[in-house]
Design a protein around this ligand. Structure first.
Ligand code: HEC
Length: 103
């Protein structure tokens, strides 16, 4: 029941404020990008061990790490390959996504 109300309110807000809808699209895109990290880093960055926890990671540190993996400045086993598949804008979206996940 509450879920239904939330849905109606969310839809109403979405109709009234296209900006909110645009934000929702961005969030969806970030979630989709982050899904490809889940195999190793756990759902929403909650690693079960073996790989670093990304949930709650500082945004600047995250982006810096990704750029260093991409350029090769930071040695890695697999991350240099993953980082090459993303643009700086996508690093930023991913950073926002992981930064707000609770540890
Ligand atoms: C195949 C497994 C795998 C996948 C998929 C993967 N990672 Fe990683 N990640 C690792 C490993 C292993 C490390 C440790 C560095 C290394 O050896 O490459 C790491 C390290 C990192 C770090 C550094 C964390 C720190 O505390 O220094 C970041 C940031 C990161 N990964 C982000 C991502 C993002 C974002 C994605 C999805 C786009 C992703 N990873 C997908 C395995 C993976």
């Amino acid at each position: 029941m509450i879920k239904k109300y939330l849905f109606v309110i969310t839809c109403a807000l979405g109709l009234a404020f296209p900006a909110i809808q645009a934000q929702a699209e961005v969030d969806k895109h970030a979630r989709n990008l982050a899904a490809s990290c889940a195999a190793c880093h756990g759902t929403s960055g909650h690693s079960a061990g073996g790989t670093p926890v990304l949930a709650g990671m500082d945004k600047a540190l995250f982006i810096g790490s990704m750029k260093d993996f991409k350029s090769g400045a930071r040695p890695a086993t697999v991350m240099h390959q993953h980082a090459k598949g993303y643009t700086d804008d996508e690093f930023s979206l991913l950073a926002d996504f992981f930064a707000v996940q609770k540890r």
